[in-house]
Design a protein around this ligand. Structure first.
Ligand code: ZN
Length: 89
């Protein structure tokens, strides 16, 4: 696995959009996606802000850009193909 150099102005939300599509909900501060680490049937939510992310569900994974890139790389083999659940914007 090759790690990309961390750039100071990278927005984690942009990376998340490119990986998981549009967020379930978003504000100016943070956006929400289904947590890719939790069991699907728990419908756990991951909150992603510009420079950090955090699972609000069971797995409690959290970190910054490096951790998010690692997470995406690790979860790329089993991309969820179910329909995202709308929770309202
Ligand atoms: Zn989780």
């Amino acid at each position: 696995m090759t790690l990309k150099p961390t750039t100071g102005n990278a927005d984690l939300r942009q990376l998340a959009v490119e990986t998981w599509g549009r967020p379930l909900a978003s504000s100016s501060l943070a956006a929400l996606w289904r947590c890719p680490c939790c069991q699907r049937n728990t419908h756990s939510i991951m909150m992603v802000a510009a420079d950090q992310f955090r699972c609000l569900g069971q797995c409690r994974i959290a970190g910054g850009l490096l951790e998010l890139e690692t997470l995406i790389t690790a979860s790329a083999e089993h991309v969820p193909d179910d329909v995202l659940v709308e929770i309202g914007a």
